[in-house]
Design a protein around this ligand. Structure first.
Ligand SMILES: [Zn+2]
Length: 725
């Protein structure tokens, strides 16, 4: 793996050498002028330093909690209670953020292990804050003064008190204890649920004939082809006929590759049944206990259901809001979904010579793939030549700098966990005000976080002295490393991921929210992805792509327009099936967490299977999809948020699409920065979205985007907050 580090600086021809780079101190004067503070994280570099960092952060926070709890209750103020809590939470979570990034990126396994323990220590400690009686008394004493607050202060106060109520603090002591115990039991079951998923295995053995259509690259992959047993006699059959292959239903890429490509329906169905029965014997009971506990907690806290409890702090506000939103999308997409299924049915009828063939859950991947292959033959591998890593990064920087009125400059990083780590400072291009910094750690290596994500490190916050602490964040990605004879060449989907993740970075850095709780991406879970999902549109647009995508061997060659058109067509060709499946997951999740009588007996599979079948496609009745649905611990009554954010993303995209310069429009970009990014959660995001749109929200652009002609005439249902209706 080391080799990447040596090759990398060469391939990144434009990376400056450290001696030419400015330092963060060079920006201090400009920061001071804007009452801003720039701070680079002090990274722990040894296991002891990680332990000490977390211990120190928790000690400091505990002292601050003691101080809140010990104050004279007749003299409590907003600052000595609500703001003091935000201050200490911010300080402690900055340490936790550093531990998380260290855990995911440090090259020393011992440092990573210490960081993992530090994160666990932090989480345990954080849960306990809710139940500090002395602190709650001080907050309650402040609430009793009936404070008259406005704007962000009022929002902070309301939400802080809401947290206490949601933890059961304003219940009588015995009931509070019960809620606390129920929460602990639920947390433990959640861990069991996750463990059962990790431990669930389903290896299936197939012959070559059964795997007809599956690419050789898969069949030859390590661990798939089984070793041949000794030939029983001399008249042994040739290798290709006797070879067997083990497909692991629990390994997603195994599952997807076979389901996408296997021509044999029996193979697809067998594998699907194995997959959708994973953890059946363990998690059915566990999930039943979990939904019962959630229901109990909700009822003790005077909510009518767990989905009401979970959505209260989201844009949806209540379970009915989330449900009606999803129901409307499900209905809106019906014509497109029905047309796609009909097309698949026709193909299957011809394949199996049965005019009455039906498409089941085990068929949709195969026929989606067939439609894409037959109708829109796009060579995704060949497209890589147009996306050399450094040109893509520079191209994206140019676009984002231009539309958001920003300037990115590489600066010297005093501590680098890898040699090719890059650090940038972001300034406002008009005023020169420094806004924050970001790290780029872009290529894979052993022991590193294996996806693509933005990590907040220091959140933006107004400090006690009135200055503003500017944020710092990091992108940890795994783009293809350069090889000996080629630069790093990205797939189109890699480019889309980069535009998405970097959007989170801008959300983080340009924030002007006053409190740590509201800074940057600390927005409701059903909104946080929307701005970045919107930015994914950029890489499907010829005008945008032409600004940077060019053949690395001959930069005069751009991606032909008809290829871009085909890519777009292929994307929408099976969007109906893709989204109906998403809506089915969202619906069954909400159904499981809807109103249930406490005493009655109900079962997760009996609730979810009929919904899956009704909203998506026929299932096999023996399957138990939800027992292996990891989202049911953590995203419970929250899965709808993906579709919710998708619909908002499409809606927000129209502001650019209607602007004179399209996705390169500066006015629309500045509006996004001011109305969405800078606000964070300091103002209700539903209000921010409306200000950005200049109108009420609508699901029509989403339906149009996924190929429902003309979109649905209905306006967005009553999802967003009450003041908008
Ligand atoms: Zn994201």
């Amino acid at each position: 793996m080391k080799i990447f580090r040596f090759i990398l600086p060469l391939s990144l021809g434009l990376t400056l050498h450290a001696e030419n780079l400015k330092k963060v101190e060079d920006f201090n004067a400009a920061a001071a002028k804007a009452n801003a503070v720039l701070t680079l994280p002090d990274w722990p570099q040894a296991p002891e330093a990680v332990d000490a960092m977390m211990k120190n952060a928790i000690d400091t926070a505990n002292k601050a909690l003691d101080q809140i709890g010990a104050q004279d209750l007749s003299k409590v103020t907003f600052k000595s209670t609500v703001v003091a809590l935000d201050d200490l939470g911010w300080q402690a979570s900055n340490a936790a953020n550093k531990a998380v990034v260290t855990k995911e990126s440090n090259t020393d396994p011992k440092v990573r292990e210490a960081a993992e323990n530090a994160v666990k220590t932090f989480q345990d400690w954080a849960v306990g804050i809710d139940y500090r009686e002395d602190v709650y008394k001080a907050l309650k004493a402040f609430a009793n003064t009936k404070p008259k607050l406005t704007g962000e202060d009022k929002k902070l106060y309301d939400e802080t008190m809401r947290d206490y109520r949601r933890a059961g603090l304003d219940l009588p002591p015995d009931k509070r204890k019960e809620v606390e115990d129920l929460r602990k039991q639920l947390a433990k079951l959640g861990t069991d649920f996750d463990t059962n998923i990790v431990n669930a295995k389903a290896p299936l053995v197939f012959t070559k004939a059964e795997l007809d259509g599956v690419p050789d690259s898969f069949l030859e992959a390590p661990g798939v082809k089984n070793p041949q047993t000794a030939p029983p006699n001399k008249n042994d059959l040739p290798d290709t006929l006797t070879a067997t292959y083990t497909v692991l239903a629990n390994v997603t890429w195994h599952y997807n590759t076979v389901e996408d490509n296997a021509k044999n329906e029996a193979t697809r169905k067998k594998l699907y049944i194995a997959r959708d029965s994973l953890a059946k014997d363990t998690n059915r009971t566990v999930l039943n206990q979990m939904i019962a506990l959630r229901n109990k907690i909700a009822l003790r806290l005077s909510y009518k259901s767990w989905d009401d409890y979970q959505t209260e702090i989201k844009m949806a506000k209540n379970g009915a809001g989330a449900k009606s939103y999803i129901d409307n999308l499900t209905k809106g997409i019906q014509p497109k979904f029905a047309a796609e299924v009909a097309e698949m049915q026709k193909m299957k009828a011809e394949d199996i010579h049965d005019p009455n063939a039906k498409i089941g859950v085990w068929d949709w991947r195969y026929y989606s793939n067939q439609i894409k292959k037959q109708k829109y033959n796009v060579d995704t591998e060949a497209l890589r030549d147009f996306f050399p890593f450094q040109k893509v990064v520079e191209g994206m920087f140019n676009i984002y700098q231009s539309i958001f009125g920003l300037k990115f400059e590489q600066i010297d990083a005093p501590y680098k966990w890898i040699p090719d780590l890059q650090l940038y400072i972001v300034t406002d291009s008009a005023s020169g005000e420094p806004l924050g910094m970001f790290y780029l750690d872009m290529f894979p290596r052993d022991g590193k976080f294996n996806h693509f994500a933005e990590f907040g490190i220091i959140s933006g916050k107004q400090l006690a002295d009135g200055n503003y602490q500017r944020p710092v964040c990091a992108l940890l990605c795994n783009f293809p490393p350069p090889s000996a004879d080629k630069p790093s060449l990205m797939t189109h989907s890699d480019v889309e991921v980069l535009f998405h993740e970097f959007g989170h970075c801008l959300h983080e850095i340009t924030t002007r929210a006053k409190y740590g709780r509201f800074g940057g991406t600390h927005v409701p879970g059903d909104f946080v992805e929307a701005p970045s999902q919107m930015l994914q549109n950029w890489v499907w647009d010829k005008k945008v792509l032409d600004t940077f995508a060019a053949d690395y061997r001959d930069p005069s060659k751009k991606i032909p327009g008809d290829i871009i058109q085909k890519m777009n067509d292929a994307k929408t060709a099976t969007a109906g099936v893709f989204y109906r499946r998403q809506f089915a997951f969202a619906s069954l999740d909400l159904a499981m967490h809807d109103v249930h009588p406490e005493k009655a007996d109900w079962d997760c599979v009996n609730i979810s299977n009929p919904v899956l079948e009704k909203v998506f496609l026929p299932i096999d009745p023996s399957t138990t999809f939800v027992t292996y649905f990891g989202h049911m611990n953590g995203y419970d009554a929250g899965y709808y948020g993906y579709a919710w954010a998708d619909a908002i993303a499409a809606d927000m995209g129209t502001v650019f699409e209607k602007a004179p310069q399209g996705y390169l429009d500066k006015q629309a970009g500045m509006k996004l920065r001011k109305e969405i990014y800078e606000q964070g959660d300091g103002r209700d995001v539903a209000v921010s979205i409306e200000k950005f749109l200049g109108r009420k929200q609508s699901v029509e652009p989403f339906l149009k985007k996924i190929g429902v002609k003309g979109g649905d005439k209905k306006k967005a249902p009553a999802g967003p907050s009450k003041e908008q209706q």
